[in-house]
Design a protein. Sequence first.
Length: 164
Amino acid sequence: MLIKVFKKLANADLVVAGIALISIIIFTFFSVIMRYFVNRPVHWGEEFQLLCMLIIALFGAGAAFRTASHVAIDVIVDLFPWKAQRFISITVYLISMIIMGYFFIQGTAFVRQMIATGRVTDILRIPFSLIYSAFPIGCALIIVNYSVVTFFKYIKPGGKEVFE
């Protein structure tokens, strides 16, 4: 049951990041046309671009951990026997989980602070809590994706059908 749900939601972060990337590209092109050829700059563009960049970076990071597309230097680790590679990888995973857990807790506290203060962007009036909620959501996606990848690669090898 859980594997079926995971399969259906597995690429949702990638889809959201892709939509944000396409949106920022189209908007930036539109903004340049408006500024230099129509002489009517889009004043709210920076707020929209901030939201898109946060979504691209944080949701894309979760997808990168799931697909092992993030930057990794495994040359030295690959020289070790399998048990040492497993030990090093699980140790790195645990350290990463502590850091991501800390970021998740701090990001959630920051979002709660933005909700309490009711701050909104100047032009579009988007609540900052909505914009910055991408941070704890991105951390949660990284935690889930990295945990699943580590589990099926080092703890229960051969269970990669979850990603297919």
